[in-house]
Design a protein around this ligand. Structure first.
Ligand code: OGA
Ligand code: MN
Length: 203
């Protein structure tokens, strides 16, 4: 693991511990961003993505007034080299987080997300009442040359302030799933990301 990656881990964790959220750029390398973005575009073009819903299992429902992204879950044992690399990056980060903060993360899940132009995800919390396992939310972005005028910002609603983050390729945002309400604003172009959760399963 490179020193710069350790620096990224440290700033993400420092932000998480002191402000409930962390943000770093270049969490994913440019090569990895391009490879994952090409995968995502291919999935979208081949009709492999499915509309995201809200809630879990029996309470799961699609509601375009709340959430308009399309998703595809990443297989931890994927044969795709970019997905393998991505999973390794997440594993390395989780090991670092557990070693330095005793967080006890023992599982994770990630999906690609494609927000068509104009779609959004209204203010919400990521932890479901029926699934307490999600501890931390980690979103990484796959967009090329994103401009503020493209819209699509992520707003985080903290106790005393509102934070905005644009979905720049390679950027990572980490926050506590059960505490930080957040919202994805509509963009004027497709918005691509990988969103996921670091989890603790109790025996
Ligand atoms: C989510 C989410 C944030 C983003 O998928 O639950 O809030 O910036 N994503 O894509
Ligand atoms: Mn969310």
């Amino acid at each position: 693991m490179s020193d710069s990656q350790i620096g990224n881990y440290e700033s993400l964790i420092d932000g998480l511990m002191t402000q409930n959220f962390g943000l770093v750029d270049n969490f994913l390398s440019e090569d990895l961003v391009v490879g994952l973005r090409n995968n995502l575009i291919k999935l979208y073009d081949h009709g492999k993505m499915h509309p995201a819903g809200i809630g879990k299992r029996f309470s799961y429902q699609r509601n375009l007034k709340v959430r308009g992204d399309q998703i595809f879950w990443i297989d931890k044992h994927s044969n795709d080299p970019y997905e393998q690399n991505f999973v390794e990056q997440i594993q390395a980060f989780v090991e670092y987080l557990n070693r330095t903060c005793y967080t006890g993360i023992n599982d994770f899940e990630f999906h690609y997300a494609y927000y068509e132009e104009g779609s959004f995800y209204k203010r919400h919390l990521d932890q479901f009442k029926v699934d307490q396992g999600r501890k931390f939310s980690l979103v990484t972005y796959l967009n090329d040359q994103w401009l503020e005028t493209d819209g699509g910002k992520l707003s985080l609603y903290l106790d005393d302030q509102e934070i905005s983050a644009f979905p720049l390729g390679g950027r990572a945002v980490l926050f506590k799933s059960d505490e930080v309400e957040h919202e994805v604003h509509a963009a004027v172009r497709p918005r691509m990301s990988i969103a996921g959760w670091l989890k603790v399963h109790k025996p």
